[in-house]
Design a protein around this ligand. Structure first.
Ligand code: HEC
Ligand code: HEC
Ligand code: HEC
Ligand code: HEC
Ligand code: HEC
Ligand code: HEC
Ligand code: HEC
Ligand code: HEC
Ligand code: HEC
Ligand code: HEC
Length: 306
């Protein structure tokens, strides 16, 4: 597997260089990182030595015994690192992110050489299309602290692409995501193995219940939509209605329930009632009476009133 990918990387490098496979051999440099560091010794590049990748005692890691060090990710770099004549272009080396001319799939392939089993198959079938989103779109391999792995910085990384959700989390009623108390991955799985399931648990409700255990039930009197999908009433990323509701009551409830016997306007249009605010709609609206909207365990709670 490794040789196949390296071979692929070589062909790719040579294609980038615009030279034929015959005219140039791509090889690993003999002294590994030492060679690279003779030119690339700026702080940003060197910060990689503070990451989990640079644990010398971890033989699986790029800097473990017998590994290829920088070239485990950047591919064979002998010709790139070699001497060049004045005026001659330095042969390129495999690069990532903005520097890269390689297809995203081959960039990811470099990482999956080692992360095939932990990220692996899931990645190929997952929510993030493997030919559109690169590992390096989310992960910063040279930073001493990888932003996407930390509560305080992750939402910005995700929000770079997911503007809509980012904006929702700025609304009046939201999860405390931009208060450094919760991450997007509190609810989402990013290396999921199932495109239909982008949640951290197998369903939306299982995910919510992870933190909101009191809504788990089972209740003596269930409210059908609650056990079906919390998202029928709540906007998980945020909303301008209290309780993060998708709509304000009574509209929320009337989306499913007929208005008969339960008027939907605050003031009547005729007679004496016109001056009287309707008890059905002011204050907590429908919840004035149906306060147990998530379900009731009271013997006579069938109408979710106690
Ligand atoms: C003799 C100096 C020298 C050595 C040794 C060297 N590089 Fe470079 N490297 C450069 C220069 C100069 C550039 C910028 C090239 C350009 O802008 O065209 C560069 C660019 C890069 C880039 C960015 C890719 C790009 O296209 O901008 C990466 C990644 C890289 N080098 C990795 C390595 C690795 C890994 C090694 C060790 C195998 C290495 N370099 C060894 C001089 C060197
Ligand atoms: C775990 C894989 C990995 C290893 C090991 C690695 N790099 Fe990188 N390198 C990357 C990725 C990914 C990028 C793209 C930017 C980023 O994500 O940080 C990058 C970017 C670079 C760049 C371009 C950065 C810029 O500012 O233009 C240089 C130069 C570079 N690496 C050199 C090195 C050298 C030298 C080593 C060895 C000391 C090394 N890399 C080891 C993955 C790696
Ligand atoms: C030579 C093998 C190898 C390559 C290539 C490699 N990794 Fe790793 N990576 C490791 C090992 C080993 C660890 C440590 C795992 C552990 O501690 O369980 C690790 C850890 C990580 C972590 C967790 C970091 C942390 O702080 O916990 C991330 C994220 C990661 N790698 C991303 C990448 C990305 C992105 C690439 C490609 C640019 C890449 N890796 C390439 C071997 C590799
Ligand atoms: C959409 C953003 C995103 C992309 C793209 C992404 N990751 Fe991650 N990765 C994360 C997050 C977030 C975590 C932290 C774990 C979590 O909260 O789910 C993580 C964790 C990791 C870890 C630590 C071990 C683990 O599974 O928890 C490794 C290794 C890793 N990623 C490798 C990769 C590789 C390799 C790729 C590309 C094939 C990749 N990631 C693509 C967001 C991403
Ligand atoms: C580089 C851009 C980029 C980044 C960064 C990114 N994503 Fe995505 N994400 C995408 C793309 C592209 C898709 C595919 C579906 C689409 O077009 O919206 C996607 C899909 C998703 C989906 C599934 C949406 C659906 O329609 O089923 C979720 C959930 C998601 N991303 C969460 C995250 C989280 C959480 C993070 C941060 C850890 C993150 N994304 C970071 C680009 C990105
Ligand atoms: C409280 C849980 C929760 C949090 C936190 C959360 N999400 Fe979501 N997200 C959801 C649910 C639930 C869905 C709908 C999934 C479904 O219906 O299958 C969703 C859907 C998405 C989608 C797909 C949207 C679509 O219209 O298909 C994207 C993209 C997404 N979330 C990104 C993010 C990002 C980025 C963050 C962090 C800023 C984030 N989410 C935080 C619960 C959450
Ligand atoms: C990782 C834990 C976690 C997960 C998962 C989670 N929540 Fe929350 N939820 C919180 C926290 C923390 C708060 C804020 C509590 C506070 O401010 O007292 C909250 C608050 C709420 C509120 C009350 C908001 C308000 O303004 O009163 C609602 C509604 C809510 N969550 C619904 C959901 C739904 C629906 C899901 C699943 C899509 C979900 N939560 C998943 C942690 C979580
Ligand atoms: C039929 C609509 C509906 C469904 C479905 C629903 N909720 Fe609610 N939820 C409400 C209403 C109404 C409120 C009260 C909002 C307010 O205080 O203004 C609320 C409030 C909440 C609150 C904050 C106040 C409290 O009671 O703790 C949380 C947390 C919550 N819901 C979680 C969930 C979870 C988790 C699910 C899925 C298991 C869910 N909800 C499904 C209508 C619903
Ligand atoms: C997504 C659709 C939906 C929404 C939104 C919804 N409900 Fe329901 N509700 C149902 C269903 C379905 C039933 C079960 C009806 C049945 O068994 O005949 C139900 C049952 C009830 C019952 C018990 C009825 C009975 O005959 O036992 C009450 C009371 C109720 N809902 C109140 C509310 C209130 C108050 C709201 C707004 C906070 C609300 N519902 C929002 C779908 C919804
Ligand atoms: C003043 C208290 C009160 C308010 C406010 C109220 N209801 Fe009711 N609702 C009741 C009572 C009492 C019943 C039970 C009637 C019965 O048992 O025959 C009921 C029954 C129901 C039923 C069950 C259907 C039925 O005919 O048995 C639904 C659904 C319902 N209400 C929805 C709503 C909605 C939606 C709102 C907001 C527009 C609302 N209720 C506001 C008192 C109230």
């Amino acid at each position: 597997m490794r040789t196949i990918a390296i071979g692929f990387a070589m062909v790719l490098l040579l294609t980038i260089a615009g030279t034929s496979v015959r005219s140039q051999e791509s090889e690993y440099s003999r002294k590994g990182a030492d060679t690279c560091l003779s030119c690339h010794d700026n702080t940003a590049t060197l910060a990689i030595f503070k990451t989990a990748h640079a644990v010398p005692s971890d033989s699986r890691g790029p800097f473990g015994h017998g590994q290829l060090q920088c070239e485990a990710c950047h591919g064979p770099g002998d010709s790139h690192a070699g001497r060049i004549r004045r005026g001659e272009a330095r042969p390129p080396i495999f690069a990532f992110a903005a520097d890269s001319t390689a297809a995203i799939e081959s960039q990811n392939g470099m990482c999956l050489e080692c992360h095939g089993s932990d990220v692996g198959f899931g990645w190929h079938n997952g929510a993030h299309p493997s030919d559109e989103v690169a590992c390096s779109d989310c992960h910063n391999s040279h930073a001493s602290s990888d932003a996407v792995l930390h509560v305080a910085t992750q939402p910005e990384v995700c929000g770079n692409c997911h503007r809509l959700q980012r904006n929702d989390t700025m609304k009046a009623f939201t999860h405390p995501i931009f208060e450094d108390k919760m991450t997007c991955t509190g609810c989402h799985s990013t290396h999921t193995d199932d495109i239909a399931n982008v949640m951290a648990r197998s369903t939306v409700n299982d995910t919510c219940i992870d933190c909101h255990a009191e809504k788990r039930g089972p209740y003596l009197w269930e409210h059908a939509p609650v056990s079906e999908d919390c998202g029928l009433c709540h906007a998980p990323h945020g909303s301008n209605h209290s309780g993060m509701l998708t709509k304000r009551a009574p509209l929320l409830c009337q989306g499913c329930h007929a208005q008969s016997g339960h008027p939907s306007i605050a003031y009547g249009t005729d007679g004496l009632a016109s001056n009287m605010p309707s008890q059905f709609l002011l204050g907590q609206s429908c919840m004035n009476c149906h306060s147990q909207v998530h379900g009731s365990n009271h013997p006579s709670g069938s109408k979710l009133m106690r």
